[in-house]
Design a protein around this ligand. Structure first.
Ligand code: NAI
Ligand code: SOE
Length: 383
C-alpha cells in the first residue's frame, strides 16, 4: 500500500483530532505541522511525534513531500489559507465553515474546480454509522417514505456564563454569525445529507443572550490552574448570536425547524434531529450516537443499536466494531478521511465525502439566515 503524506495547519483542539484519525487509517503519514510561530510549531510537533514543524504555513505548502493539507485554523483564516493550498496544487481538507461568507466560499469552489485537486470539508457527523443508516433509510431504501416534517437542535453549554471566552465570540475571527455558523452549519449539512433534501427558504430569529461578556485580560492558557478574579476581566460587547431558532422550507415542499443554543446548561454537544416520514420517524442524537430511534404508528417503536450485522450494506462499512462496542465522535473524521484518501489513492470511487460545494451550500444558508434575522422575514437561499 502506498503511503500518502499529509500536513496539518493549526494544532489547537481539532488539528490533533485530524492527526489521530489519519494515523488510524494506516496508509497516511502526517509528516509536518504548521503553527502560528516556530516555537508553538516545534512544541506541537514534538508532542505528537511529527518530524517537521513550520512556523509559517507557507513553508509547509512549499514542502514537495506533502500531498494533502488539512486547514484546522480559526474561521477567518479558512479563505486565505484554503486559497493558498489550492494555488500550491495540494489536495485539501478544510475545517468548517469553509469561509466567512458566501462570496468567499463561491470563489473557493471555483478555484478548487480549476485546480483539479481533491477537496473536502470536515462535516464529520455525516460519517457515523447510524447517520449513514438513517441516510440509507431515507434516500436509498425508501424505508421512511416521503419526509413530511423535520425538527431538531444543536445545543451546547460551553458559552453559558458571561465569563466564558473564546475567539469564536469575535466576529473578525469567527464571522458575522456565531452559533449558526459554528454548530448550525453541522445541523444543516447533516439534515440535508440524511434526507437528501435541500433547504431553499429560511425564517430566522437570532438572539444574543449575553450582550456583554467578560474577557480575560491575558491569554486563557496563561491562567491555567488560576482562579480568576473580577479584575482579571474586561467587559466586551458581543454582537453575534448565542441562540437561534430557524424555520425551514425544503425543495420538496416539506417544512422544518431547528434551534441552536450555546448557553444550554447540561447539553455538551447535543446535535439532535427528528425526521417525520410517511412510513416511520427517525431520531438520532450525537450524545447517544449508537442508537437510532424508529417511530411507528402501526407497530412498536424500535431502538436500533449500532451493530454492523443490522445495518444496510452501504452503512455497514462505517461501523468497525461489533454491536455493543461503541463508536463515537473520533470515528466520524476517520471515516471521512478514509473516503477522501481512498479516492486520492484510487482505491475508492469518490462521491462519498462532503466537498467545497457542500461547504459553500452551508454558507449560503447561513447568509440567508443572517439576512432573514435582520429583515424579520422569510428569505430564499441564494446558492
Ligand atoms: P483552536 O483555537 O483550538 O485551534 C486553532 C489553532 O490554529 C491554534 O493552535 C492556533 O495557534 C492555530 N493558528 C492560528 N493562526 C494560525 C496561522 N496563521 N497558522 C497556523 N496555525 C494558526 O480552534 P479549534 O477549536 O481547533 O477550531 C479550529 C477550526 O476547526 C474552526 O474553524 C472550527 O470551526 C473547526 N472545528 C471543527 C470541528 C468539527 O467537529 N468539524 C470541531 C472543532 C473545531
Ligand atoms: C465548538 O462549538 C465546536 O468545537 C464546533 O466548532 C465544532 O464544529 C463542533 O463539532 C463541536 O463544537
Amino acid at each position: 500500500m502506498t503511503t500518502i503524506k499529509a500536513g496539518i495547519i493549526g494544532t489547537g483542539f481539532i488539528g490533533p483530532a485530524h492527526v489521530e484519525a489519519l494515523r488510524r487509517l494506516g496508509n497516511v503519514e502526517v509528516v509536518a505541522v504548521a503553527e502560528n510561530g516556530q516555537a508553538l510549531a516545534d512544541a506541537k510537533a514534538k508532542a505528537m511525534s511529527i518530524p517537521k514543524a513550520y512556523g509559517d504555513y507557507r513553508q509547509l505548502l512549499a514542502d514537495p513531500e506533502i500531498q494533502v493539507v488539512h486547514n484546522c485554523t480559526p474561521n477567518h483564516l479558512h479563505f486565505p489559507i484554503n486559497k493558498d493550498i489550492l494555488a500550491a496544487k495540494k489536495h485539501i481538507v478544510s475545517e468548517k465553515p469553509l469561509a466567512m461568507n458566501s462570496g468567499e466560499s463561491r470563489e473557493l469552489v471555483r478555484l478548487a474546480k480549476e485546480s483539479g485537486v481533491v477537496h473536502a470539508i470536515n462535516f464529520n457527523y455525516r460519517y457515523m454509522p447510524l447517520v449513514q443508516q438513517a441516510h440509507q433509510m431515507c434516500v436509498a431504501a425508501g424505508d421512511v417514505g416521503r419526509v413530511l416534517a423535520v425538527h431538531g437542535s444543536y445545543l451546547q453549554d460551553w458559552l453559558l456564563l458571561e465569563t466564558d471566552w473564546n475567539w469564536r465570540l469575535m466576529p473578525e475571527l469567527s464571522g458575522d454569525s456565531r452559533a449558526v455558523a459554528d454548530i448550525g452549519s453541522h445541523w444543516c449539512d447533516l439534515i440535508q445529507f440524511v434526507t437528501g433534501l435541500k433547504i431553499v427558504r429560511v425564517m430566522a430569529d437570532l438572539v444574543t443572550i449575553h450582550k456583554t461578556r467578560k474577557r480575560p485580560k491575558a491569554e486563557v492558557e496563561t491562567y491555567a490552574g488560576k482562579v480568576l478574579q473580577p479584575e482579571d476581566f474586561e467587559d466586551v460587547p458581543v454582537n453575534t448570536e448565542d441562540y437561534g431558532s430557524i424555520l425551514l422550507e425544503f425543495d420538496s415542499g416539506a417544512h422544518g425547524v431547528f434551534t441552536v443554543n450555546q448557553c444550554a446548561a447540561g447539553r455538551k454537544n447535543r446535535l439532535y434531529y427528528e425526521i417525520d416520514g410517511a412510513k416511520c420517524a427517525l431520531v438520532w442524537s450525537q450524545e447517544r450516537p449508537n442508537e437510532l430511534w424508529i417511530g411507528r404508528r402501526e407497530g412498536a417503536n424500535q431502538v436500533l443499536m449500532k451493530d454492523p450485522s443490522l445495518l444496510h450494506p452501504a452503512a455497514r462499512e462505517y461501523a468497525h466494531y461489533p454491536g455493543g462496542h461503541n463508536e463515537a465522535y473520533p470515528d466520524g473524521p476517520k471515516n471521512l478521511f478514509r473516503n477522501v484518501y481512498g479516492f486520492i489513492a484510487g482505491t475508492r470511487p469518490g462521491g462519498d465525502f462532503a466537498t467545497f460545494v457542500d461547504g459553500h451550500n452551508e454558507i449560503a444558508i447561513c447568509d440567508a439566515i443572517l439576512k432573514s434575522s435582520r429583515e424579520r422575514r422569510w428569505v430564499d437561499v441564494e446558492y
